[in-house]
Ligand binder design. Structure first.
Ligand code: COA
Length: 134
């Protein structure tokens, strides 16, 4: 509704300043990628990466990371995580979140560079040398 539009515009000017360009909601980019590992025949691991970008301070999340128990301990989980983080960093994510409750799994993420934040949440910030900003 046009009444909503003017209200949205007014509030966005409060948020971004009276001189801010644009009078509508910013274009929001939300993308997700599923990465899989196979043994040549079937899927033995997967991870889902999601990017949210409102035009500033894009962020990502990593979810559903799982490796078939028969294939664990062979680098598959780390490889899937690396692929998802590489994609997120190349897509502009400035930080990536993951939720993990199990202490062992927290150690797994910590060894990949994630740091604990609050509750079950860990955060990963791309190293600018390894993951140059897009
Ligand atoms: C967590 C998980 C994805 C790891 O997959 P994986 O293929 O076994 O992991 P990798 O072989 O790539 O291991 C990478 C490193 O993490 C370590 N690691 C892997 N799983 C670990 C665990 N459960 N606890 C502690 N360390 C672990 C490995 O020792 C290895 O260390 P290294 O590089 O020093 O040798 C797998 O154990 C799994 O599917 N767990 C059940 C689902 C789950 O909890 N997912 C996480 C949701 S948040």
């Amino acid at each position: 509704m046009s009444a909503d539009r003017s209200g949205i515009t007014r509030l966005l000017r409060h948020l971004h300043g009276a001189d801010a360009e644009g009078t509508t909601l910013p274009r929001v980019r939300q993308e997700a990628q599923t990465f899989v590992a196979t043994d040549g025949e079937q899927v033995v691991g997967l991870v889902v990466a999601t990017l949210v970008d409102y035009g500033v301070e894009a962020y990502g999340s990593v979810e559903e990371l799982v490796v078939d128990p028969e294939f664990r301990g062979q680098g598959t989980g780390r490889s899937l995580l690396d692929r998802s983080l590489t994609w997120l960093a190349a897509s502009g994510a400035e930080v990536v979140f993951v939720s993990a409750l199990d202490e062992d799994v927290i150690d797994f993420y910590a060894s990949a560079g994630f740091k604990r934040t609050t509750g079950p949440w860990l955060a990963w910030v791309p190293d600018a040398k390894r993951y140059p900003a897009p």
